[in-house]
Design a protein around this ligand. Structure first.
Ligand SMILES: [Zn+2]
Length: 276
């Protein structure tokens, strides 16, 4: 596994940062902001890169947004008994967008303060999505897994368990999407994600639910007795997110990851889970 960082800063206010990474011959992308907003720089760099210690010091001294993610090799994924499945392709907003996460036809809010929820009906999206070569997608603001019908056919073929095949509704017309369906996961594991004392979290003042910040570094540890038997899919008992963002991580068995890799289906990433 390798830890990658997406570092973002404004080169107009931090010219030394840009000059330094140019001198390091690192690859980066830029975006000119309108109205004299400056030049945004996006740098993807792995911690194994020999320039990482210097870049890390620049982030500390000059300030920059730093999002990290652990990338696992195909071999690591194929040899893990359990994995997290994370959708990395977002298309559009859940509908109705203006009132999200309130008054969503698909959600029963369990707490209006932290917006933990239970999905009770098919979700609504604005229009038929453009998937290109992707087989999986999610929407901005949510973590629900939508996929092409072929994925669900194959899951049925291998007799996968622990998921349901749900319609997705096109909000304007009320029609069922012909391009995507929801891979709905009804099963919630027992408590057992080991996030450590130092993992940042918030406690909802209204309902007391703990929400953990997204787990981005290394393997996620889960106690073996948290897993439920005879299922290929389950959600963690623990909630993640902040503010109105709430999600449970999706845990899948090895054979689901193998199927996705064998088929070359794009749009999701797997992160190794270690059972302890
Ligand atoms: Zn709450």
């Amino acid at each position: 596994m390798e830890i990658w960082h997406r570092v973002t800063f404004n080169a107009t206010s931090k010219p030394i940062f840009l000059e330094t990474i140019k001198g390091m011959k690192l690859n980066y992308k830029t975006l000119q902001l309108p109205g004299g907003g400056g030049l945004l720089v996006f740098l993807d760099i792995a911690e194994t890169n020999s320039n990482w210690p210097a870049v890390s010091r620049l982030i500390s001294s000059l300030g920059a947004a730093d999002l990290q993610e652990t990338i696992f090799s195909e071999e690591e994924i194929r040899s893990a008994a359990w994995l997290r499945m994370i959708c990395v392709f977002e298309q559009g907003y859940p509908q109705p967008r203006m009132t999200w996460p309130f008054n969503q036809p698909d959600r029963e809010l369990l707490c209006p303060k932290c917006a933990i929820y239970r999905q009770i009906a098919p979700m609504h999206i604005a229009k038929e999505p453009h998937l290109g070569r992707k087989a999986f997608m999610t929407t901005i603001l949510t973590h629900e897994i939508l996929c092409i019908p072929a994925v669900l056919q194959e899951l049925q073929e291998i007799q996968a368990t622990g998921y349901e095949d749900w319609d997705v509704i096109l909000h304007k017309t009320g029609q069922v999407s012909q391009r995507v369906r929801q891979l709905f996961i009804p099963t919630v594991a027992r408590p057992g994600a080991l996030l450590g004392e130092e993992h940042p979290r918030t406690v909802c003042p209204q309902c007391g639910t703990i929400k953990y910040e997204a787990h981005m570094r290394g393997v996620l540890l889960i106690k073996s007795n948290a897993l439920l038997p005879n299922t290929d899919f389950m959600l963690t008992h623990e909630w993640f997110g902040s503010g109105y963002f709430s999600w449970r991580e999706i845990i899948v068995s090895n054979r689901i990851a193998q199927l996705v890799l064998d088929k070359g289906w794009q749009g999701i990433r797997f992160k190794v889970v270690e059972i302890v």
